[in-house]
Design a protein around this ligand. Structure first.
Ligand code: F6P
Length: 318
């Protein structure tokens, strides 16, 4: 019987558990032995492998976080760490490894590709992996932001305030764009497109003259600090301004239906890839289908930022 390992690595994302469950259950369905590796590459390096049973993944399909736990492993970036990881895989006679994480996690996996089959499943709230329309966790994070902004808007309206809301995304403005357009934010600031304080202030003033009593500005963390942006806007416009940094609440919670379904489909596809003896592959969501693509694509260039949607958001919040 073939043995496969599975780990979650990097920042956690809602839906990782659903992907793990699919890998374990589909693997066992096909007669494979599946080993869960705790704490990402940290756990692998230290030999934290446990055989997973059907029951070990019961009741987790809609649970946020990752029951395997995760880590950002500095040791895995060193040749010594990679060697230790490979030794552990050989020691436990693992033939294939499924890595659920972002591009950094895939790079770690590829260093192990000499001795073992590798499949990546894109899991990160940032939606910043080339080759897949969606990464697991993104849809849930966007919905979490929309929910939070709705609550902020209530108090912003009561107090007639401007709120600068900072969202995650690292260097990618996708969470800000999708959430911003969905909740009708007055401005959306993203790292991909330069912004102009004068224009934002003009828009705030125009809104005020029309009788608008609150404004929401969504700032992607890669575009700058919400505190600095808020101060600048306040000093230029004089409007009563408050800052909210949504932070890690965007990483938690039960996955949305879309994330849970994509996660399950990707988990299942990863096992199929392993059984067809392919390696260095990644599961990807393309045109509403989960497919297998080369892992290298994940390190390529991101598709261009959706400028059309960004421009539309600006036109709608004129
Ligand atoms: O990659 C996911 C992410 O949540 C980013 O959006 C954010 O910049 C980063 O991780 C935060 O990392 P940490 O949880 O290590 O602080």
């Amino acid at each position: 019987i073939k043995r496969i390992g599975v780990l979650t690595s990097g920042g956690d994302a809602p839906g990782m558990n659903a992907a793990l469950r699919a890998v374990v259950r589909k693997g066992i369905f096909h007669g494979l032995r599946v080993y869960g590796i705790s704490r990402g590459y940290e756990g692998l390096i230290h030999g934290e492998l446990t055989e997973m049973s059907l029951g070990s993944v019961a009741d987790i399909v809609l649970r946020g976080g990752t029951i395997l736990k995760t880590a950002r492993s500095a040791e895995m970036m060193t040749p010594e760490g990679q060697q230790k990881a490979l030794e552990q895989l050989h020691k436990h006679e693992i033939d294939a490894l499924v890595v659920i994480g972002g591009d950094g996690s895939f790079r770690g996996a590829q260093t192990l590709a000499k001795g073992i089959q590798i499949v990546g499943i894109p899991g990160t709230i940032d939606n910043d992996i080339p080759g897949t329309d969606l990464t697991i966790g993104f849809d849930t994070a966007v919905n979490t932001v929309i929910d939070a902004v709705g609550k902020i808007r209530d108090t912003a309206t009561s107090h007639e305030r401007t709120f600068v809301v900072e969202v995650m995304g690292r260097h990618c403005g996708n969470i800000a764009l999708q959430a911003g357009i969905a909740c009708g934010a007055e401005s959306i600031l993203v790292p991909e497109i330069p912004f102009d304080f004068d224009e934002i202030c003009e828009k705030l003033k125009r809104g005020h003259q029309r009788g608008k009593n609150h404004s929401i500005i969504i700032v992607s963390e890669g575009a700058g600090s919400a505190y600095k942006i808020g101060e600048e806007l306040h000093s230029r416009s004089g409007f009563d301004t408050r800052i909210t940094i949504l932070g890690h609440l965007q990483r938690g919670g039960n996955p949305s239906a879309l994330d849970a379904v994509i996660a399950a489909a990707m988990g299942g596809k990863a096992v199929e890839i392993i059984m067809s003896k392919e390696t260095n592959k990644m599961t990807a969501y393309v045109n509403q289908n989960v497919v297998s693509i080369p892992l290298d694509v994940a390190y390529g260039e991101m598709p261009p930022f959706n400028r059309e949607l960004y421009d539309l958001a600006n036109q709608l919040s004129i």
